[in-house]
Design a protein around this ligand. Sequence first.
Ligand SMILES: [Zn+2]
Ligand SMILES: [Zn+2]
Length: 393
Amino acid sequence: MTAILPAAGVLARVVELRRTIHRHPELGFEETRTQALVEAELDRLGVEHRRAAQTGVVGIIRGGKPGKTAALRADMDALPVTEKSGEAFASEVPGRMHACGHDAHTAMLLGAAHVLQGMRTELSGNVVLIFQPAEEGPGGAQPMIAQGVLNDPKVDAIAMLHVDIRLSAGEIGITPGPVNASADEFYVTVHGRGGHGAYPHMAGDTIPASAAMILALQNIAAREIDPLGSVVVTVGTIGGGYRNNVIADEVKMSGTFRAHDPEIRNTLEARARRILDGVAAAYGVRAELEVLYGYPPVVNDPVLSENFARYMRTQPGVTVERPSPTMGAEDFAYFAQAVPGVQVRLGVRNQAEGIVHSGHSPQFRIDEAALPIGVQTLTAFAVGVGSGAVAVD
Ligand SMILES: [Zn+2]
Ligand SMILES: [Zn+2]
């Protein structure tokens, strides 16, 4: 099999594009400048494209030979973080930063478009290039799917890259099965009766009740779920009360439920409600629970993941690892529910250069030596799926 290595000119362009996007970060559904950059680059390459989900772009490369259709997805949005990375090409927008590597994802997909467009007469099948807005919220994958990005042409398999600080540049990670968790928000309001801090017997104190609820909720993960079925219950905020000698009549808390297994995920609301109601009854107060369901778990298609990992092991210069799943969340989950999908982790760590900070950190940086590996990986997926060398099922 021939290795698909991007040429030096493509890679220089990817670095340039990545740094340009990095300087001008935009939040979800505000990616107008990034959208224009993507469209201009696709125009320059002669790749047909259309808009989707407001600030998203869909490019299509039609191969000269028959084959399957592969989709490649990059996210484009940044985070409301003030950059402290020290990079020469740091964000020029206060309070906005590409702290999750989506600048690199977008630039690498444009690099893959460059390579694939250059070989399109020899290419088997079509390639759909999905530049998605708003991954960090409120979510661009669902509107893109609703607008038919997987249907025209019909996509047989989809891949994405996400930079990963656990792996070094030169390494990629492909793990079959669940790799990211569902992320659901919950909100608790505890209602009691206010009163004088010196006369607790005449009030219904929401503060000790809330403390007991927080501890009791930990039993979902600690005692109720199979220890091998990953679950996180985090109470992230708590607020209530007026002053030191007043009994609080109301406390509000919020938190996140995370799970890998959709069946376990679907039990969490009922478990939390039972525990909150029980503790509330014991303390003579009342608890309200509201759950806002977010992204489902990302489940890498087992067959596609194994086949693609095997294929990538034949590519020069790439080491294929099998990293542990995380309890982070990604709306690529929706694409992977619709068609066989694989999330590929791209190593960007460089210990010697101090590139060790996790995504979403103001110090976040990536080793740009990873960019060619990412372009190579995306290109290989399109070529492999299109030609049948990477079997989809
Ligand atoms: Zn992120
Ligand atoms: Zn991300």
